[in-house]
Design a protein around this ligand. Structure first.
Ligand code: AG3
Length: 284
């Protein structure tokens, strides 16, 4: 007998991974959480049937969400991470000794518990002394802050279900307010390829462009997300993601990465024409 995990990318396109073991299956107050083990991708986390991460390719997503803004901001001390209960973003942030405070806001306590138990590869820094975990809705949490964070990283699920709030103008406006005068916000920006993902991407982009002084998009190749082509948003009050990149400084830190490097940093902002067109359409 064979066991396969299948995610539907559209009604007529699906992606499957052969499963060795189904390690966990839980229904929380918010969502369904599954962890599987596979030959090719190692362990992987699925929420409401959608791939969140695999042990084999999570480094791409987490390095790109963290090192891009960290190589631009000259002095990031206080960082807010929204979503991301798996700990992957926190793990990458914890590698910077000068980051003083990492606040993690995850709505679902069960995600953190499951990841601590089954995904130590990403959850490994959640006990770092600089990390404060708040089990709360991201939108509610952020309303209480003004002129406080240097960097906000929004590692949300898709804009359906509990992550929906994190794609609204109201949320981005509150992120803007919670950031200092030279703050940066990075978010997972969905995929440009399949129609429904592209619509979500445009919706997020429109709301961010209306909120931030500067809003650019960058890309990475993530094999286990729909189409493999994924986008990230870089929104800021002051710093430009490539012009203000301090490559020499970042390289002198000696942080060993497998995907991110400062050449790729610049290249990641060069987007295919059809993606630029989708973004432009959203900006109009
Ligand atoms: N963050 C969710 C990325 C979006 C995945 N969407 C999808 N597969 N349709 C994942 C959390 C990683 N820290």
């Amino acid at each position: 007998m064979e066991l396969w995990f299948t995610e539907y990318y559209t009604d007529s396109v699906r992606f499957s991974i052969k499963v060795k073991r189904h390690l966990a299956s839980l229904q929380s107050q918010f969502q369904r959480i599954d962890v599987f083990e596979s030959e090719e991708f190692g362990r992987f986390l699925v929420i409401d049937g959608l791939m969140m991460l695999t042990e084999k390719d999570e480094f791409i997503y987490h390095e790109m969400m963290v090192h891009v803004p960290m190589a631009v901001h000259p002095n990031p001390r206080k960082v807010l991470v929204i979503g991301a209960g798996d700990g992957g973003v926190v793990r990458e942030l914890a590698r910077y000794s000068y980051v003083q405070q990492i606040d993690l806001v995850e709505i679902d306590r069960m995600v953190i518990e499951v990841c601590k138990k089954y995904l130590p590869q990403t959850a490994c820094s959640l006990d770092d002394e600089r990390v404060n975990i708040h089990y709360q809705d991201g939108l509610k949490y952020i309303k209480g802050y003004e002129d406080y964070y240097d960097l906000i990283i929004v590692d949300s699920t898709d804009p359906i279900g509990p992550g929906e709030n994190l794609f609204t103008k109201e949320f981005y406006g509150n992120c803007y307010k919670a950031l200092k005068a030279d703050g940066i916000m990075v978010n997972q920006h969905e995929s440009p390829f399949y129609r429904n993902d592209a619509l979500a991407m445009q919706k997020a982009h429109r709301a961010i462009v209306q909120t931030f002084d500067l809003s650019l998009v960058y890309q990475a190749h993530i094999p286990t997300y729909a189409s493999g082509h994924w986008l990230f948003g870089f929104a800021s009050k002051k710093y430009h993601p490539t012009r203000d990149l301090d490559a020499a400084k970042w390289n002198s830190l000696g942080i060993k990465t497998r995907y991110y490097n400062t050449n790729l940093h610049i290249g990641a902002f060069a987007l295919p024409t059809y993606v630029e067109e989708l973004l432009k359409e959203a900006e109009e």
